[in-house]
Design a protein around this ligand. Structure first.
Ligand SMILES: *Cc1c(COP(=O)(O)O)cnc(C)c1O
Length: 416
């Protein structure tokens, strides 16, 4: 079969369901009714409202933890977490180079320094070894990202960090209902704080929104205050205990998110069924590596990652991915244009004016310079080996069949 790239007929000439609109989102009349109730009550902010408080209680219960704090985005949820750890300016937070930049923003916005540790070449997640190698006497926290919904080895990272007083924050923006190695409990409950996003592209959404969870009442209280200007409203005093922001979730967002939470299990189950079919139909292709069948029920498939072996296939992810896109498939080579340690905000230290704060020394332990070569495994994944397929609970059998057909077609044509 001639590739569409070379003038052949594309496997697919209609759009796949996408998170960007109703075609790939799971909404119903319940969300509309919940919004109408909020408007009818007339309290649209959370102060004196019921929806956001209920969402916090319901989400905490869902995860089996005592505390959840709502905010305006996943980035805000992470900022709450880092701010609750309360680093001194220039203290260090270890982060992975393959993630949304929100992970890094939270560190910089707290006046702390992101230190990149390299990743596992298969999962793209931090490993206990790479984290250990990045720890210094200024390390205050690690942000572990469960990339694409795949479980990072968070328990082992916690075991090496906790005795040293280093907090572990789990970035679960892509990982609702992910189950890391260990006791079977969910991602977000293993470290000191778990952070989730309700942004448009995530498993469940209210447009934008964030949730931070913890068992620690002190961290919970600091996060609550930080999201509301440091204002201890429960005391009746109009005062500000420390610098905080206004990251308050609105009742409108809270109402939609509560309904979305009731749909979460269905969404993740559907994605796991789709992923299982993809694995079954693609696992035999030499030079391609898909997630193992054994991991499917512990992964939540925000995206479906495929690794290609450029030596075996004679081509890299860019060419392979472009051929798939031309066949009409929802694929992105590399996931990111570049690993996040190489974005201009860091390489050019565009933070606060031209100061370079907090990446200068002082306050940092050393002058921070971010450059290619810092994280060779992550750089190679993005530049050469990683492909991500959209994975959406609304994909039909035909959609899945077209994905398989397109990938097998391109593999046959380019693979040697
Ligand atoms: C989406 C995402 C974020 C940021 O969430 P927003 O709600 O977009 O601010 C942070 N980390 C990861 C891993 C994400 O996927």
């Amino acid at each position: 079969m001639t590739l569409a790239r070379d003038g052949g007929t594309p496997v697919r000439d209609t759009a796949f369901p996408t998170y960007a609109d109703a075609s790939g989102r799971t909404f119903g009349p319940e969300e509309v009714a919940a919004l109408a109730d909020v408007i009818a009550r007339g309290t649209l902010w959370r102060v004196g409202g019921v929806e956001v408080a209920a969402l916090e209680a319901e989400f905490a219960t869902y995860l089996g933890l005592p505390h959840a704090v709502a905010s305006t985005s996943g980035t805000a949820a992470l900022h709450l977490a880092v701010a609750a750890v309360d680093p001194e300016p220039g203290d260090e937070v270890i982060v992975p180079p393959i993630t949304d930049f929100g992970t890094v923003i939270a560190v910089l916005a707290a006046g702390a320094v992101p230190v990149f540790a390299d990743v596992d070449p298969v999962t793209g997640c931090l490993t206990p070894e790479t984290v250990d190698a990045a720890i210094t006497d200024r390390t205050r926290a690690v942000i572990v990202v469960h990339l694409f919904g795949g479980p990072a080895p968070v328990d082992r990272i916690v075991r090496s960090c906790r005795p040293r007083g280093i907090k572990v924050i789990e970035d679960c923006a892509q990982a609702y209902l992910t189950v890391p190695d260990g006791d079977g409990s969910l991602a977000g409950t293993r470290g000191d704080i778990g952070c989730f996003s309700l942004q448009q592209s995530k498993h469940i959404t209210a447009g934008d929104g964030g949730l931070s969870v913890t068992t620690d009442p002190h961290l919970a209280e600091r996060m609550r205050l930080f999201a509301d200007k440091g204002w201890p409203r429960d005391t009746g005093q109009r005062t500000h205990l420390f610098l905080g922001l206004n990251y308050r979730m609105t009742e409108l967002v809270g109402a939609v998110a509560r309904v979305q939470l009731t749909r979460l299990k269905g969404v993740v189950d559907a994605r796991r069924r789709i992923a299982r079919r993809l694995v079954e139909e693609l696992a035999d292709l030499p030079g391609l590596r898909v997630p193992g069948l054994d991991i499917i029920d512990r992964h939540s498939f925000w995206l479906f990652p495929i690794l290609i072996d450029p030596d075996r296939l004679g081509t890299g992810n860019a060419e392979f991915g472009a051929a798939l896109v031309t066949e009409g498939l929802p694929v992105t080579a590399g996931y990111l244009d570049r690993p996040v340690h190489l974005v201009p905000a860091l390489t050019e230290r565009r933070t606060f004016g031209t100061s370079g704060f907090p990446l200068t020394s002082p306050p940092a332990r050393r002058e921070m310079r971010y450059a290619r070569g810092d994280c060779p495994v992550a750089e190679r994944m993005i530049d050469s080996t990683l492909l991500v397929l959209a994975c959406n609970e609304r994909f039909t059998d035909t959609d899945v069949a077209d994905l398989v057909t397109g990938i097998r077609k391109v593999h046959a044509a380019v693979g040697r």
